[in-house]
Design a binder for this molecule. Structure first.
Ligand SMILES: *[C@@H]1O[C@H](CO)[C@@H](O)[C@H](O)[C@H]1NC(C)=O
Ligand SMILES: *[C@@H]1O[C@H](CO)[C@@H](O)[C@H](O)[C@H]1NC(C)=O
Length: 397
């Protein structure tokens, strides 16, 4: 091969890795493209490791930082009901009880940890800006563990925390507690908040919930947000489908059927009204899209993996009578995100059920940016969404 063709080959490979088509209004697009290139390499590395029999995302463990206290905050890893959590407590003495945030990290129920640098940093910021006690919970991950393990781990840790004795130990005001999470963590936050409503053993009421680009349903994978953003970073449709299906099973048949939106059976048709975007989305998000009624192909899949019809996995499928007891709810959505419409539809349903809601939409935002305002990946849009999140909590908790 001549020098010229070698140069051409190298440029093609570089261009393949570096170039990502992005919407026009995205700022810092070069830095973002570089991040996408790293992400693409990581995905390929993950497939390679999986083929070799390793845990696919094992290399992401480098994102973990130890619990390190500083002059303002005491950080410690501990167990709540045998579930590992990281707790952040302000160092300064307080004459009054403090507010608290119970935080659930994202990562498609498959990756992520309270010890990941961006989540550790978010915990510290919550302490600093809100003078709050922060519990950042872990939970066992797929594909080693499937639904409902993730949900149950989070709920076990939460129940442990929401007791008079434990709250008193941490100096927490029981009337000022928030449950929050992003992405899969937003899914778990929405789900445990619903579960609390009919658990007679938990007497303490949560004051607010904040859901950052949450995943809320796996019934319709052909929403306008999936159609528009299915090829964008950092959550392309194939990856969200993989995360959803791995939440329930390691059987690849579910992911294959989900990709073409043919994974549901006639028995689930009564649930489609809860995810009907043609009635639940605000006009401007429907633009140009035509609603098609679901094709019910795979009754066998629905029977085998009932998980995706379970409200603990798909909080959007809850009845109105259930939703109406929920606390003041904050939802943050991003325009360039396959999960955008999950959040928007939940908002419509909560409003219709009489729940107080607050919505903020990041017009140039994309999935994952809550973790992109940290030393690991530093983007302006990341700082903006973190500030929105903190500001709303400061004013409402
Ligand atoms: C501790 O808090 C002070 C006052 O808010 C701040 O100036 C300082 O940077 C904080 N220290 C750390 C390590 O974050
Ligand atoms: C969704 O809503 C539209 C009306 O906006 C209706 O025509 C359609 O039958 C509904 N489909 C389902 C499955 O609920």
């Amino acid at each position: 091969m001549g020098k010229k063709s070698l140069c051409l080959l190298i440029s093609c490979v570089l261009a393949y890795y570096l170039y990502t088509p992005l919407p026009d209004n995205i700022e810092q697009s070069w830095r973002l493209m570089l991040t996408c290139a790293v992400f693409r390499i990581e995905m390929q590395l993950a497939s390679l490791l999986e083929m070799l029999g390793f845990r696919p995302f094992i290399f992401l463990d480098v994102l973990e930082v130890p619990p390190t206290s500083d002059e303002n905050v005491t950080v410690a890893d501990t167990l709540f009901n045998n579930v590992p959590v990281r707790v952040f407590v302000p160092k300064q003495k307080s004459s009054t009880l403090r507010r608290a945030v119970f935080y659930i990290h994202g990562g498609g129920w498959a990756i992520g940890s309270a010890a990941w640098a961006p989540y550790d940093e978010l915990g510290r910021q919550m302490v600093q800006k809100l003078d709050a006690v922060v519990v950042s919970t872990n939970y066992r991950l797929s594909p080693q563990y499937h639904f409902p393990t993730q949900f149950e781990d989070v709920y076990d840790a939460l129940r442990w925390f929401l007791r008079k004795k434990v709250l008193a130990e941490y100096g927490v005001d029981p009337t000022r507690i928030c449950i929050a999470g992003d992405s899969a963590g937003g899914n778990l936050a929405a789900a445990v908040n619903q579960k609390l409503l009919d658990d007679p053993e938990v007497k303490i009421k949560v004051k607010i919930q904040s859901l950052v680009y949450p995943a809320l349903q796996a019934l319709d994978m052909d929403l306008p947000s999936y159609r528009e953003n299915g090829h964008l970073p950092f959550l392309p449709k194939y990856l969200m489908v993989m995360f959803w299906s791995l939440y329930f099973t390691s059987d690849k048949a579910l992911a294959e059927a989900m990709l073409t939106n043919q994974h549901t059976s006639v028995d689930s048709s009564h649930l489609f009204k809860f995810v009907n975007w043609s009635t639940l989305l605000p006009e401007r998000f429907k633009k140009g899209h035509v609603y098609t009624n679901p094709i019910h192909e795979h009754s066998d899949l629905t029977k085998k993996f009932l998980g995706f019809l379970d409200v603990r996995a798909s909080p959007l499928l809850a009845e109105d009578s259930k939703l109406k007891g929920l606390p003041l709810t904050h939802i943050l959505t991003c325009q360039y995100d396959v999960l955008r419409d999950d959040g928007l539809m939940y908002l419509s349903r909560l409003k219709a059920a009489g729940v107080q809601v607050a919505h903020e939409h990041v017009e140039d935002g994309f999935h994952g940016i809550l973790s992109f305002g940290s030393p690991v990946i530093d983007l302006k849009v990341g700082h903006r969404i973190v500030n929105k999140y903190l500001k709303w909590l400061k004013e409402n908790l």
